[in-house]
Design a protein around this ligand. Structure first.
Ligand SMILES: [Zn+2]
Length: 337
């Protein structure tokens, strides 16, 4: 069993300024997660290469990529009220996007069984022509598009507490990428309602689970079983790309969700068990409490290697059947429109 752990020193040079929650310290916490995991011996470090402009252009406007490159090289600054870039951010962003491509090549060649990519900046809010929500280039989308160009069917499984509006938008009209997101709603960025199901050829290939604040593990798993399992099994992905944000942890300072580190392990084991034939690459997205990030990474790394590790007990609480039923009805209405 080999699990790639992809990271790069440049990721720490992406400087968001002091007091920004998306800090370089996050990667130190993620690295400590390797020691907490019970699969240390399975970890193989891997140093990514940058994605090419052509690879990034599958999901981003070439004019945006060039503008971002220049903005960073001229010193950077604020791209939106939340999103900062520094001189090193261009290289970091290109490496973060390239990490997925490099990891997927190794997995496809049979050199590894899965990958966890400890990248900065994160990606899932970046849209085709704009940086957004701490994200510059949409890392998971760059890999999804690369795999689709090779004829693969790609599931993007996004359990970050925020909706991955960028990823959804990029594949909203595509039937080759199934985008599934469980997130807090309402919350930044404001998208991700159950009635957003895709359009045209992509109708049915976007599946949103907008959960209210404090939603805990039992409700996540029930909604996954009832709403996600049939769709994913029918889609039968050849690859599962995980937008592994850990900000749905109950200690996260930016959100109000109810998960624990053990739940992130279970969410990962669940999708692996559902489509065991799909190859898995997980990308770090959010997660802003450092000890929660360390433990959640440990549980997720263990799960990628097929192990159940519980650094703390699972969350509990009653399943919110009423909310799930309302989500099912809203999705059904949107699909029949
Ligand atoms: Zn997030």
């Amino acid at each position: 069993m080999v699990i790639l752990f992809g990271t790069h020193p440049k990721f720490s040079e992406h400087d968001t300024g002091s007091l920004h929650p998306e800090s370089a310290e996050r990667l130190l916490a993620v690295r400590r997660g390797i020691d907490v995991s019970d699969v240390k011996d399975a970890i193989e470090y891997f140093l990514p290469e940058p994605a090419t402009v052509e690879q990034m252009s599958r999901v981003h406007e070439p004019s945006y990529i060039e503008a971002l490159r220049r903005f960073c090289l001229m010193g950077g600054g604020m791209l939106d009220p939340d999103t900062a870039a520094s001189v090193a951010s261009w290289e970091a962003a290109a490496l973060a996007a390239g990490a997925g491509i490099g990891a997927a090549e190794k997995i496809a060649a049979g050199e590894a069984d899965g990958a966890f990519l400890a990248v900065r900046p994160p990606g899932h809010h970046a849209v085709s022509d704009r940086a957004m929500g701490f994200c510059l280039i949409n890392n998971v989308a760059v890999l999804a598009a690369e795999l689709v160009s090779k004829g693969e069917r790609v599931l993007v499984y996004d359990f970050d507490a925020h909706h991955g509006n960028g990823t959804q938008e990029m594949f909203f009209q595509s039937s080759s990428v199934l985008y599934v997101s469980a997130h807090q709603y309402p919350l930044y960025p404001g998208t991700g309602r159950a009635r957003e199901v895709g359009i045209g050829e992509g109708k049915g290939f976007t599946l949103n689970l907008p959960f209210h604040a404090d939603t805990a593990g039992p409700t996540y798993l029930e909604a996954l079983e009832r709403m996600v399992a049939p769709v994913v099994e029918h889609f039968s992905p050849t690859w599962t790309l995980i937008s592994a944000g850990f900000d749905a942890h109950r200690l996260d300072p930016l959100t109000e969700m109810g998960l624990t580190s053990a739940d992130f392990g279970d969410l990962t084991l669940w999708i692996k068990a559902l489509v065991p034939e799909a190859k898995v690459v997980a990308f770090l997205e959010g997660g802003y409490n450092l000890s929660a990030l360390e433990q959640s990474t440990a549980a997720t790394l263990s799960a990628l290697a097929g192990q159940s590790l519980k650094p703390e007990p699972n969350s509990n609480g009653p399943v919110d059947f009423e909310m799930i039923k309302a989500l099912e009805e809203s999705r059904k209405r949107a699909l029949s429109d």
